[in-house]
Design a protein around this ligand. Sequence first.
Ligand code: GLA
Length: 389
Amino acid sequence: MKKEQLLQKFKEIYGGDGEIRCFFAPGRVNLIGEHTDYNGGHVFPCALTIGTYGAIRRRDDDRLRFYSINFPETGITETDLAHLRPGQESGWSDYPQGIVWTFEKRGYHIPKGFDFLISGNIPAGSGLSSSASLEVLTGLMLKELYGFEKITMPEIAQIGQYSENHFNGMNCGIMDQFASAMGKKDHAIFLDTASLEYEYAPVKLDHAKIVIVNSKVKHSLVDSAYNERRIQCETALKDLQKVTKLKTLGDLSREDFEQHEMAIQDPICRMRARHAVCENQRTVEAVQALKAGKISEFGRLMNASHVSLRDDYQVSCEEIDVLVNLAWEIPGVLGARITGGGFGGCTVNIVENDMVDGFQNIVGESYEKKVGHRAEFYVVDVGDGAYAL
Ligand code: GLA
């Protein structure tokens, strides 16, 4: 979407005059390090070049007006600064509303209302973080519109996570918002979610590309299953803390875990914790492999990540396993796994350049035969974090 189109639509919807400012915040794909971000572990996501575009203009009163080009049938949603409440479920505008509410909670007073318009190109339900991109977009807009110079991009990510946890009721970690706020073209972010220390690693795959495959399924109860996983990890952590000193599951090496795992009473919680610990270790190893140019090793660790997410964390589903199994059989596919929260959404694959077309044909045809609908393919460009247009 071009800035001119955004501005034109804004004027058509809201009329009036005054300065309109435009911004963009990307979605993300995670290469490895899944369900580690609320366990004090490492993640390795990168920002995409698709995401959410937005335009905003200040008002002289307390009204907040929201419009999405993606949902014209919803029209304009209106509220005002005094009436922001968590858990109202009034649709997509709950996300920007939550960000305004979180700004106030953190002492960043929003003095007057605004008119707000967005247009997104992240496929719905794909698990490529359309909500985080909307949160980060809103955070950046508010920072710029009301002059909160002190707010940094990592803080915008934290505001997004807080808002999603407390306003929208989804207990997500920091990964998606951090990737959307802090992404860097052609780099992935190696983030320690315990300290928020991070490092950019070039996504140099030599003869290969990252290909995302969208299963086009999103099973219901995703949020509740996600929140349940989180509680199971917390239960496992409490049991482990009775026998050894640790703050998060991310503090444990695989060997430490094996030594103490029987302290975890519930076998399901033990499986969840095993995934969190081993996935964290795999992520550290995968980043080392990528830096050393060992792409096949990186791919092998991605495959192991999928097995662990499927068997120990149990967040895969039939359609995703079909996509991953098909990918694993194709020569020239170096690694394939589910990416994101799970229960549908996308897989992420490292595919050798000369197999990219063949991969799409083979996986595309067999998936449709087995599942009954088509998958979508995106060859990834790694983009920058949120910015002003
Ligand atoms: C979702 C959450 C993230 C992260 C992933 C799983 O995308 O929003 O915080 O936990 O799932 O890695």
